[in-house]
Design a protein around this ligand. Structure first.
Ligand SMILES: NC(=O)c1ccc[n+]([C@@H]2O[C@H](COP(=O)([O-])OP(=O)(O)OC[C@H]3O[C@@H](n4cnc5c(N)ncnc54)[C@H](OP(=O)(O)O)[C@@H]3O)[C@@H](O)[C@H]2O)c1
Length: 241
């Protein structure tokens, strides 16, 4: 059986657009999501396999890995994309929102990669979807930025430890991208529009869309990037120029 590429958080936004492109390119794709209805709808639209797995719950992540092992599914690509954004000023950030952010954005990719190791082929390319907020201060993003920075740090170490198994991991840092994440974060329509309008003043001249990231993800999964380890590719429309 041909190997698969698994995209966590493939039900919408960047993960969905990446899955769509990878399927167009002839890959067999599996998507995950935490919400069964959204997962089934997305998998049907893409014409691919979908597995419910909550990135913030290690039992659920281990169950995903067991299902793949039981079904003899091998992965030659993995996109660690599932993530949440819970905006809050530093002073207002609650312990609960901090814990949820780190559970999904940091612990999630850490234990997803660990649990899936027995399913990964040699070689296997892994992409971690981070954020430009790691490197650029945005108000309201303290725990979010910290969660992604912490994950980038474990990715660096994993690149060394997992290299003998043919596993390489690279990082995509998207800039502000119009996806369902803004609505899920409770950002008002007027604030969202103001943010998107601000993006029109950047070099790209418009807010990024999810499909703007699909080519980078495809490249980082492909043999064209075979010599890259912990490369950090920032796709931000010129935000930090
Ligand atoms: N949009 C931006 O401006 C932006 C900028 C920088 C970085 N990013 C990063 O890009 C990634 C994708 O975000 P997006 O903008 O495409 O947002 P999105 O449309 O909200 O997609 C997020 C995906 O993650 C999944 N997800 C969320 N919580 C999960 C959990 N606990 N377990 C499993 N899956 C979960 C969602 O699945 P469900 O449908 O099941 O909830 C969905 O498929 C995230 O890691 C985000 O931090 C986004």
């Amino acid at each position: 059986m041909n190997a698969y590429t698994l995209v966590t958080g493939g039900t919408s936004g960047i993960g969905f657009a990446a899955a769509e492109k990878l399927i167009e390119e002839g890959r067999q794709v599996i998507i995950t999501g935490q919400n069964r209805a959204r997962l089934e709808a997305a998998a049907e639209k893409l014409g691919c396999m979908g597995v419910v797995a909550n990135s913030g719950d290690t039992d659920s992540v281990r169950a995903l890995a067991k299902q793949l092992r039981d079904d003899n599914i091998r992965l030659n690509g993995l996109v660690l994309n599932a993530g949440v954004f819970i905006p809050a000023g530093f002073e207002e950030t609650t312990e609960a929102s901090y814990d949820e952010t780190f559970a999904v954005n940091t612990k999630g990719p850490f234990f997803t990669l660990q649990a899936l190791l027995p399913c990964l082929e040699n070689p296997c390319a892994v992409v971690f979807v981070s954020t430009i907020a790691v490197d650029k201060g945005f108000t309201g993003c303290a725990s979010y930025a910290a969660s992604k920075a912490a994950a980038e740090a474990f990715v660096r170490v994993a690149n060394i430890e997992l290299a003998p198994r043919g596993i390489r991991i690279n990082v995509l840092r998207p800039g502000v991208t119009a996806t369902p994440i803004q609505d899920k974060a409770g950002i008002s329509d007027s604030d969202k529009q103001a943010l998107f309008n601000h993006m029109e003043t950047m070099a790209l001249g418009r807010v990024l869309t999810a499909s703007d990231h699909a080519g980078t993800i495809s490249y980082l999964l492909s043999d064209a990037s075979i010599a890259m380890r912990h490369a950090v590719i920032q796709v931000d429309g010129g935000y930090v120029l």
